[in-house]
Design a binder for this molecule. Sequence first.
Ligand code: FES
Ligand SMILES: [Fe+2]
Length: 383
Amino acid sequence: MQSRMPPQAYISQDWFQRERELLFKPLWQFVGLKMMLAQHNSFITRNIGGIPIVIQNFNGELRAFENLCAHRQNPLQTQAHGIRSLVCGYHGWKYSSDGKVENMPFEHEVFRYEQQERECLGLKRFRLETIGNLVFINLAADSLPLNAQFNQALIAQLEDVSNAFDSEVLFTTYKTKLNWKLAYENLRDGHHPRYLHSRSLYQNVRFQVAMDETAIKHAKQYHANGTKDHQQALDLLAGFSNGGPDEPIKTRESYAWHEYVERYSDKDWYYNWLIFPNLHIASGSGGYSFIIEHHQPVSADRTDVMIYYVTAKKKRPYATSAAVLHAHLMGADTVLREDFEVMENIQAGLHSNAAHAVLGDYEYGISAIQDWYMDVMEGKVTL
Ligand code: FES
Ligand SMILES: [Fe+2]
C-alpha cells in the first residue's frame, strides 16, 4: 500500500516546525537516565523540539526548566551533564528548586528591580515524570497524562528493566544526517537485518518478521479510513510503544563480568523495547547489558542519536567495568553505522517530487504509525 507520508515530511523545515507544535509539544519525551542525576546538583541538558532544557537534582528532587537565565537568556548549564548548582555564569544569578532567583549578587546596588518585577523573575518549568530510571518531560502545560501515551503493561516492564540498570553509564552522541522518523521506521522493520546486518547482528539474532494477520487487517482498515476520533487516536498511540523478549540469541557468549552483575532475566533472548516516538531500549546479551538509544530531532535532516550503554546492576565494583562498556560501544557501533548509512542515503536522495514509499504487509506497524502521524499533522486529530 502507498504510504501517506509525502517527502516533505522528511525534508521540509516548515514541516519540522509544525511537527514540534503538533507532536513534540503534546507528547512525553524521554530526556535521560535517572542514574546520571543521582546527586544533589547533578544535571543534564537537552534540546527538545528546539527548546533548551536543563534537568537538575535539588536535594533528591528532579526538576525540568528551560535552560535560559531569566536575566538575559544565557544558558545556565553549558555541559551535556555534570554536577553544578543552577547558577548563571554571566552575572551570577542562582536559582532554587522552584525556579526562582534565590541569590542575585549586587541586587540592590546594580539591578534595583521594582518589587513586583523581582517577584516575577524565574525560570520556565516543565512537567517531569519518571518510569524506573527513565526520565520523561512534557513541554505542554495541559497535555496527556503519561499513562495515556504508554499502556500500563509497558510502564511496568520499563520500570522493571530500567531498575535493573547499573549506575555506571557510557554515553555518546552520533550526529546523523537523517530525519528522526527514518530511525523509528527502521527500528520497526524486522526484515532488513538479514540483509543489512548479515555480517553483524544477524549472525547472532535471526530476526523474523511477525506476519500478524489481525494487525495487518487493522492497519489496512485504518489506512483506508483514518480517524478523527480523539480517543481512538490515543488508543492507537498507546499501542505504538511495546516490547519484551524478541528472538532467541543463537550463541550467547559468556564473559567473566557476567558473574559480577545481577542479570535482568534468565532467558537467552534478544530484548527489544520500542517507545514512540524516539526511544529504543535493547539487550543483545539476554539481560546482562543494555543499549538505550534516543533519537533527538535537530532539524528536518539532522538527528542526534544519543546512546547510553549500561550493564545490569553490579553486585560489587570490578576493575574492568569501563572496558566492558567500551567493548559494547565498539560492538554496537558497527550495527549503528550500517543503519545510519542506509538512512542517510535515503535522506540524501529525497526531494520534493520523490515518490511515496510503498509498504508491504509486513510493514503494518510502520504503516499504522504513519497513518496516525498524518492524521495528527493534517489536524484531523489533536493530542
Ligand atoms: S544573563 Fe544570567 S545573570 Fe545575567
Ligand atoms: Fe538495523
